[in-house]
Ligand binder design. Structure first.
Ligand code: ATP
Length: 270
């Protein structure tokens, strides 16, 4: 049953070109993961060790999963995704075993990227371990730390974790040799939003009046996921109006609808 806890996508097809903005984050991931996987000898020669694990943090919907998938696809690595909160809610009592299985699978299918989403669910600092549920979460985390400590930073298994709640993480996780590279993935700025609009409308038939730069300007606070929702909604508006192309008014109505749900922009993190 634990196999269901992981989603194995042998070769995701997303690349950095499918991700708007985040130039700095792409560069960091290139140096921390792509280059060491492709050219470990460079690191050996120089005598430097790449990080074993990278932690992506920031508000939901801004591209953490997308970045991890792109890294896997650009290195031809197997992508194994686990959602840590499912250890707590769905696979109670099996967390440590699943972690072991995930690393075993990753070694067998190497090169691999293990992506652990919502890692805060098993890695929050906690004061007391009173309940059996808490002890079980603790065991899952211990197993993860043991796996991380046990492997070679220049080997061909890499771990990327993601969280929206870096503030509650157990510092043990961030020690050298574990998740020692932290990368903040922020909501897009205006330029990033424009790129994301371009990416998500690539296959769409747009009316002549559609002004993506203007849409990027009026969507302050929108995440990448919001922009994807706006584009889809605009498409549906055109469909309902019986149009063959998507017009600016379809986008404006979609912006209205999607941005209304987002009560306030995400606070910017440090
Ligand atoms: P969560 O914390 O909710 O898992 P996340 O940061 O992992 O969020 P993703 O799952 O990567 O977010 O993003 C959700 C969707 O939003 C993506 O599949 C993509 O369609 C769109 N998206 C988000 N950010 C971007 C971006 N920078 N460029 C293009 N599309 C984006």
């Amino acid at each position: 049953p634990y196999v269901k806890a992981m989603e194995v996508v042998d070769r995701p097809k997303v690349t950095f070109d499918d991700i708007g903005g985040l130039e700095e984050q792409k560069r960091e991931l290139y140096e921390a993961i792509i280059l060491p996987l492709k050219k470990p000898e460079l690191f050996r020669e120089l005598g430097i060790e790449p990080p074993k694990g990278v932690l992506l943090y920031g508000p939901p919907g801004c591209g953490k999963t997308l970045l991890a998938k792109a890294v896997a696809s650009m290195t031809n690595a197997t992508f194994i995704r686990v959602v840590a909160s499912e250890f707590v809610h769905k696979y109670v009592g099996e967390g440590a075993r699943i972690v072991r299985e995930v690393f075993k699978l990753a070694r067998r299918k190497a090169p691999s990227i293990i992506f652990i989403d919502e890692i805060d669910a098993i890695a929050a600092k906690r004061i007391d371990l009173g309940t059996s549920g808490e002890r079980e979460i603790q065991r899952t985390l211990m197993q993860l730390l043991a796996e991380l400590d046990g492997f070679d930073p220049l080997g061909d298994v890499k771990v990327i974790a993601a969280t929206n709640r870096i503030d509650i993480l157990d510092p043990a996780l961030l020690r050298p040799g574990r998740f020692d590279r932290l990368i903040y993935v922020p909501p897009p700025d205006e330029k990033g939003r424009l790129e994301i609009f371009r990416i998500h409308t690539r296959r769409m038939k747009l009316g002549e009046d559609v002004d993506l730069a203007y849409l990027a300007k009026i969507t302050e606070g929108a995440t990448g996921a919001d922009i994807r929702a706006i584009v889809m909604e605009a498409g549906y508006n055109a469909l309902r109006a019986g149009r063959r192309v998507v017009m600016m008014e379809d986008f404006l109505a979609a912006v209205e609808k999607v941005m209304k749900k987002r009560r306030r922009p995400y606070a910017t993190m440090p």
